[in-house]
Design a protein around this ligand. Structure first.
Ligand code: 5AD
Ligand code: SF4
Length: 450
């Protein structure tokens, strides 16, 4: 979501003449877009800001702004703590960014703009740019969250849930497709409740409208809340040819006691039932999840239940986080906190456990032919030219990364007439090797066959 918001900021600054640069040293304006979800990213914000004063000494006209959730949360405290910061703005006032910057440049005073109000249209969106010729882009479809999980800061820094109108989303994706985008990742804290409050169409009804956009090959979404994952959306995995076979379905814990204290509004058995239903309609669906270890009151027994759930589901991938207190979130006031070294141990244990399943899922693909949406040269490749040894990179529908080379007799036909770096093409790839975190393969031809 922050990536999308940063793009929104860029789009709003373009009319003032600002363009992205490759390093902070070259910038006339630096905006730090911050995340407050856990303690660590907040610490990173302050250490990054602490490294900026020397740039301001070199360029006295440099403007430094802090936006996003930490700005929303800390407000004037940032201006007090960081005298070199000129602007602090919140999650709902991005629409006023250009005005604020203009005022700072003219009058040289500091501004704080962190209003959070239902009167501000936070669904307002600027036409995004595609400076890097991205193949895949995030598109926010809703903002805020009404769920109030007890560990989470989001409802307090991003406000109440509000959905963007469908026509605005469709227009934005159409525009992006014209710039070369082939895949969109629809974003919301809880995409399943899209439209519910506003009485517009549901998320499952929005999908076909997006699917109908010509030139768009793939649709992904994140995140869906297990309690709100309805049959209609589950069915979409069968009916919508562009919907990727991947779902990120954060479970957070495998213990009913902890799920209740987290206010997650589902039980372990209900979650597992959804997993079974998803696999019944879409047998090759990749499933990933978020887990919090060391939530207040999590005993060894609760933790074992989480491990056991992981063994039962066999996730394709997991994001595991150590619980950290967040300001305003109720769990910060829970008394039975878990010791830091215990959290670390549980985190490591889950990562080790998951490694088994990540490798298992990757290995199951070895020898098969898969469809890859190409994203360009792989990280190992330097320069802009294609040659016989060039490695490209792309993703499967399941979101797994594949690095691949051209099959020698197909090379010319594959690279001819194509954009350099082979960006945004659907290609058949034979998977030759399964590594722990990626796959290696050989390209066999385009889709559809030429
Ligand atoms: N501590 C640790 N992890 C958290 N997350 C959200 N809040 C916290 C917190 N206070 C994790 C959840 C969520 C992901 C985005 O971040 O797992 O799904
Ligand atoms: Fe936070 Fe829960 Fe909302 Fe997700 S659903 S953003 S974890 S409050």
């Amino acid at each position: 979501m922050n990536v999308y918001d940063s793009e929104q900021m860029c789009a709003r600054l373009k009319p003032l003449g600002y363009q992205p640069v490759t390093s902070a040293e070259k910038a006339d304006l630096i905006i730090v877009n911050t995340c407050a979800i856990r303690e660590k990213p907040v610490q990173k914000v302050f250490s990054f800001l602490g490294r900026l004063p020397h740039l301001k000494r070199k360029n006295p006209d440099l403007i430094i702004g802090v936006g996003g959730c930490v700005a929303q949360q800390e407000g004037s405290a940032i201006l007090k703590r960081m005298p070199h910061v000129d602007l602090v703005f919140g999650t709902q006032t991005i629409g006023r960014l250009a005005d604020n910057i203009r005022r700072i440049a003219l009058k040289k005073h500091r501004i704080i703009d962190i209003e959070m109000s239902p009167d501000i249209d936070s669904t307002d969106s600027a036409t995004p740019e595609n400076y890097n010729r991205d193949v895949s882009r995030f598109v926010t479809i809703m903002r805020g969250c009404d769920n109030y999980c007890t560990y989470c800061v989001v409802p307090y820094v991003r406000g109440r849930e509000i959905s963007r109108p469908p026509h605005q989303i469709v227009d934005e994706i159409r525009y992006l497709v014209n710039t070369g985008v082939r895949e969109v990742i629809l974003l919301g804290q809880n995409v399943n409740s899209y439209g519910k409050k506003k009485g517009i169409i549901t998320f499952a009804q929005l999908l076909p409208q997006i699917s109908a956009i010509e030139g768009l090959y793939r649709i992904r979404f994140t995140t869906s809340h297990p309690a709100d994952l309805g049959d209609d959306l589950i069915a979409s995995f069968q009916t919508d040819a562009k919907l990727c076979h991947h779902i990120h379905l954060p479970v957070q814990s495998g213990s009913d006691k902890i799920l209740k204290r987290m206010n997650r509004k589902y039980m372990r058995s209900a979650y597992l039932k959804k997993i079974d239903e998803l696999r019944a309609v879409c047998p090759d669906i990749a499933i990933t999840s978020d887990i919090i270890v060391g939530f207040p009151g999590e005993t060894e027994h609760d933790f074992k239940e989480t491990c056991n759930l992981i063994e039962r589901v066999e996730y394709d991938g997991l994001f595991v986080f150590k619980y950290s207190d967040r300001p305003n979130a109720p769990a910060a006031r829970f008394s039975d906190k878990v010791a830091e070294d215990e959290k670390q141990e549980r985190l490591s244990a889950i990562l080790t456990l998951q490694e088994r399943y990540t490798i298992k899922k990757n290995r199951a693909l070895a020898g098969s032919e898969q469809i890859v949406l190409t994203e360009g040269f792989s990280k190992q490749h330097h320069g802009d030219d294609d040659d016989a040894t060039t490695q490209y990179s792309g993703r499967l529908s399941s979101n797994k990364i594949v690095n691949f080379v051209m099959c020698s007799d197909k090379r010319t036909s594959i690279t001819n007439d194509k954009r350099p770096g082979l960006k945004g093409e659907l290609i058949r790839v034979k998977i030759e090797k399964a590594l722990a975190h990626s796959l290696k393969g050989v390209a066999m031809g385009f889709l559809p066959e030429k």
